[in-house]
Design a protein around this ligand. Structure first.
Ligand code: SF4
Length: 379
């Protein structure tokens, strides 16, 4: 089973923290969607004709697509790929796009899961982030989505924001929980150099709360959502039983996926491909029949380290048996000292040959994973 990711690189305006690939000039959207349709045709063999069980429209802002554009993309997948019945079809959306008519159109073309970028229910914070929507629009669109029949939806919330404190975060979480979405993704703000926030930070104009405050807020997120029946099945993702994102889970389960559109990534078990991050060059290259990508061959060490990094972040944990059987890597021998120390410090537990992060371990997940990495030897 495999997945398809479609990157829609357009937004109405640039959020000040965002490092994704997108353009705010939508005048060439139709032309780009046409190129994506063509790329789907060119890449038809990439997944070895494995059945598609998840389709994910991300971006950018895929809710800016017209129903005809969306239909063209989904029809092309239907025509050239084998899609399983009950496939998960997710669309990322911004609240201001999701009026009642739009929601009906999305349901009619086959979208069955929405991932809504709420980020905060505080209008002052939304304005500071340069989000295009208000808190009221977020609440309304979630209620309208239920009314239209979308029972499978996720909302994104952020923490560690400039000027945000625990009381404000609690308020956001309370409002989110009251709306009862079956899935909530909660991300900590990271400041990326090329964003507006990155520039402000370099000029000393951005007051970012320290790591201790971000860690405190992360603990509030974990405790609050778990107390309300959300399982933290991955560091940043919380779901009611049965509502885990099948698409994102497939990344962590090392399933193959095909990424379509500028900046999209693909993975087939042996290589990763990265499409060019430039809309104009992408369109030109596709028109000439060439998918513009760079390819990275994955070494045994790359595969081991990717598995450790992603699996440790999940509630299923990192299986020492998988490492031995699939990669001939004995983590117990390779990192015996680090592992013993982490267990002693209550950062990790080892149960049934599987490593799982404790609550304290989740606060430093990425640093812990690095301790277990297989050394990369230069070739
Ligand atoms: S809407 Fe999403 S993709 Fe677009 S700028 Fe904002 S965060 Fe980035």
């Amino acid at each position: 089973m495999a997945g398809v990711y479609l990157h829609v690189p357009f937004c109405k305006q640039a959020c000040y923290y965002c490092d994704f690939h997108f353009s705010v000039n939508t005048s060439r959207k139709a032309e780009l969607v046409k190129a994506m349709v063509h790329e789907l045709e060119l890449q038809v063999d990439y997944l070895d004709h494995e059945p598609i069980e998840t389709i994910y429209l991300g971006g950018g802002t895929p809710s800016l697509l017209t129903d005809n554009e969306l239909e063209a993309l989904l029809n092309t997948i239907n025509k050239h790929y084998k899609i399983v019945s009950a496939a998960e079809v997710t669309l990322e959306a911004n609240p201001d796009d999701l009026g009642p008519e739009k929601l009906k159109e999305l349901a009619a073309v086959g979208v069955n899961r929405l991932s809504i970028g709420v980020q905060s229910f505080d209008n002052t914070i939304l304005k500071y982030l340069n989000r295009v929507h208000s808190a009221q629009e977020a609440t309304q669109c979630i209620e309208s989505a239920y009314h239209t029949g979308f029972s499978n939806l996720s909302i994104d919330i952020m923490f560690g924001l400039p000027g945000q404190h625990v009381a404000g975060l609690r308020n956001d979480l309370t409002k989110a929980i009251q709306l009862n979405p079956p899935h909530i993704s909660v991300y900590s703000l990271t400041i990326e150099d090329k964003t507006v926030f990155g520039k402000w930070a370099a000029q000393g104009k951005l007051k970012v709360e320290g790591e201790a405050e971000a860690a405190r807020q992360f603990e509030v997120v974990m405790d609050t959502l778990q107390a309300h029946g959300y399982e933290q099945y991955e560091i940043s993702n919380y779901a009611k039983p049965g509502f885990e994102s099948r698409h994102n889970s497939s990344y962590w389960q090392r399933k193959k996926y095909l990424g379509i559109g500028p900046s999209a990534h693909s993975y087939n078990g042996e290589t990763r491909q990265f499409n060019i991050r430039n809309n104009h060059q992408y369109v030109q290259s596709i028109a000439a029949g060439q998918v513009p990508f760079e390819r990275e061959e994955l070494t045994r060490e790359n595969k081991i380290n990717e598995y450790i990094f992603t699996s440790l972040r999940t509630s299923n944990g990192c299986s020492l048996t998988v490492l031995k059987q699939d990669y001939n890597f004995d983590l117990n021998t390779q990192a015996r000292k680090s592992l013993a120390q982490m267990i002693k410090n209550n950062l990790i537990v080892l149960k049934n040959e599987t490593l799982q992060l404790t609550r304290a371990g989740k606060l430093v997940a990425d640093q812990l994973a690095v301790e277990f990495f297989a050394p990369i030897t230069s070739t």
